[in-house]
Design a protein around this ligand. Structure first.
Ligand code: OXD
Ligand code: MN
Length: 612
């Protein structure tokens, strides 16, 4: 018995000719055994979950301890985003920029045609019509993902609004983005013989390809996160950034939050942090100072545009959270812990003997009898973590207890401040306010951060991650900075202020100089007092910095040298930093906006004064 909507029933009543013609064409290419149209319903979710429990892809967790929740264990070779296998196939190589790996579109199409031919033999093809942003909203966009992974189908229904109404919108003429995904492991070979399935099918070859001009996405070989849930990084950032460039808006890797001070003043902050640098923690902050309130609007992606009132507005296009589990704990992020109390899909975390989840940093000691993310008994003596460092939870935004009531307002919220932050153990001080918009764009363009486990690469290595968009901008980042500069011109005096933060600075012994998490409200407090014109700031070569007395450190007596180390600017280290920045900016050649070269010169002149 199946209550899933089979394609023929749907084609009879819904869908535009173009959508159905495309699905039919894809069906002929992919050769799935059956086609299921997804409608985002609870009944369908239940069915897919039950099927995945039967097939061994999901393990149900204890109904008592973690109701409605499941654990997935991925293939050990499919655990993170693969930037080295992510391609931008723009017509002109120069449009992809030095930040992307470019592939000539017709060559990529030829490779995809070959890889996708018959790739779904023996599998089910799920058709996922989804909306980024409220269905039918003025800033929302729709897409349709095809996938042969039920895990991706269920995850997409959490992360986006999957709905039959999207088909209606397409039928009524809405533009839509086609996205095709396959795990790359057919269950029937060319000679018609069946192949046994595995809990986490994938292929050792992986390709995540984007065609910005035709707004298409094709992903092959991986079932993990951003490689496979194409609505997220592929659509809402890479393709949306290209759409935004053409239409005058920005798709950004930013959290979105409303912060209310004890006096009842509310501000909206959009903040760009590289992957796995605490965006979810900031978005769900439980402030350490009394009387402050933080409401969650989004933890990963914000679409920014100039509103009819001339201000900058931000809208979270997603409907779910795909958060990093390790480091999320009862003391560091109690709101996240409540969010994932139920109806959550965990991937690559450890399993406790009583059927609950565990990971490093959860805040409780590892219980005896823990099973690690690979499904093996965990032996701490071996030194390997029990949960994979990029283990994730997938959960609907609506499960978050601090979610703002108006989280799905069609136009989002007006932005008061933009915060930029990377993970730097040295050099970059706790907080700096940009002198003006152009300086803020320079701060964004020169953001750098230590790599995390969110993508492949050497963890800890410092790399530039401008506006936290290095892996996610679907076009040349130099053009992205030009778009930011233009936006500033359009916003004029109504532009939000820009701040740069670094929660991750350490002392010579490797100790964090700033406690972070809920204590970050002390920095936010300063920012908001700056917005209100209530406190002066000191001019430094790096921008405006707080006077020591203006950072509210009450109840947190910290040694004076720590405070200075947090605020401090080391001119020699910064001189070296400018050399690396120059090299980074030079990499963008003639497309680099002159305004950024001007800002670099200004920084150097300021430092020169100190070094002499
Ligand atoms: C994410 C990422 O999953 O940035 O959000 O990698
Ligand atoms: Mn992200």
């Amino acid at each position: 018995m199946s209550t899933l909507l089979e394609a023929p029933a749907v084609t009879a009543s819904r869908g535009s000719a173009s959508l159905h013609a495309w699905v039919a064409r894809m069906r002929a290419l992919l050769l799935p055994e059956r086609v299921v149209w997804c409608d985002g319903s609870e009944a369908q979710r239940e069915l897919l979950l039950a099927e995945m429990v039967d097939s061994g892809t999901l393990l149900p967790l204890s109904e008592e301890l973690r109701p409605g929740s499941f654990l997935a264990r991925s293939d050990p070779d499919d655990v993170a985003r693969l930037e080295s296998r992510t391609f931008i196939c723009s017509a002109r190589e120069a449009d992809a920029g030095p930040n992307n790996i470019w592939r000539e579109p017709s060559l990529m199409r030829a490779e995809l045609d070959e890889r996708f031919a018959g790739v779904m033999r023996g599998r089910t093809l799920y058709v996922l019509p989804f909306s980024m942003g409220p269905v039918g909203g003025p800033l929302s966009r729709v897409g349709v993902q095809l996938t042969d992974s039920p895990y991706v189908a269920v995850s997409t229904a959490v992360m986006t609004r999957v709905s039959a109404e999207v088909v209606d919108l397409i039928e009524a003429g809405a533009d839509w983005v086609p996205a095709v995904h396959s795990v790359g492991m057919p269950l029937v070979d060319e000679r018609g013989r069946r192949i046994a399935d595995v809990p986490w099918p994938c292929n050792e070859t992986k390709i995540i390809a984007h065609f910005p001009e035709t707004r298409e996405i094709w992903s092959y070989g991986s079932g993990y996160g951003g490689n496979a849930i194409l609505a997220k990084k592929c659509f809402a950032l890479r393709i949306a950034s290209a759409i935004g460039r053409d239409e005058g808006w920005l798709a950004e890797h930013m959290l979105l939050t409303r912060i209310t001070s004890p006096e009842g003043r509310s501000f909206h902050v959009a903040a760009a942090f590289p992957s796995a640098c605490g965006k979810t923690n900031f978005a769900m902050m439980q402030p350490s100072l009394p009387g402050w309130r933080v409401e969650m609007l989004g933890d990963d992606i914000t679409w920014l545009s100039r509103g009819p009132d001339g201000r900058l507005w931000g809208m979270n296009p997603e409907a779910g959270l795909f958060g990093v589990a390790p480091g999320t704990g009862h003391s560091t992020n109690p709101v996240a812990m409540r969010t994932i109390a139920q109806r959550t899909i965990f991937t690559n975390v450890a399993l406790t003997p009583d059927g609950d989840v565990w990971w490093e940093g959860i805040g409780t000691p590892a219980p005896e009898g823990l099973i690690d993310w690979r499904g093996e008994p965990w032996d701490p003596a071996r030194g390997a973590p029990a949960a994979h460092p990029n283990a994730r939870f997938t959960v609907a935004l609506e499960e978050c207890p601090s979610l703002a009531e108006d989280w799905d307002a069609p136009r989002g919220v007006p932005i008061d401040a933009i915060v930029l932050g990377g993970r730097r153990s040295d050099t970059v001080p706790l907080v700096t306010e940009a002198r003006d918009w152009q300086h803020g764009v320079f701060l964004g363009a020169t953001m750098s951060s230590q790599r995390t486990a969110a993508a492949e690469g050497t963890v800890g290595e410092v790399r530039f991650d401008p506006f936290a968009m290095q892996p996610f901008c679907g076009y040349d980042l130099a053009d992205h900075w030009t778009e930011w500069l233009r936006l500033g011109e359009r916003l004029g005096a109504r532009a939000p202020r820009i701040f740069r933060v670094n929660w991750f600075r350490r002392d010579a012994d490797g100790r964090f100089l700033w406690p972070g998490f809920g204590e970050n409200v002390r920095v936010v407090d300063w920012m908001l007092r700056r917005l209100g014109g209530e406190v002066p700031a000191s001019e430094s070569v790096l921008g405006l910095v707080p006077e020591r007395r203006d950072l509210d450190l009450e109840g947190r007596p910290l040694p004076a040298e720590d405070i200075e180390a947090r605020r401090g600017v080391d001119p020699d280290a910064w001189w070296r930093e400018t050399q690396v920045i120059e090299h980074h900016l030079d990499g963008y050649g003639l497309r680099l906006p002159a305004a950024l070269t001007e800002e670099l010169l200004r920084l150097r002149c300021g430092l020169w004064e100190h070094i002499r």
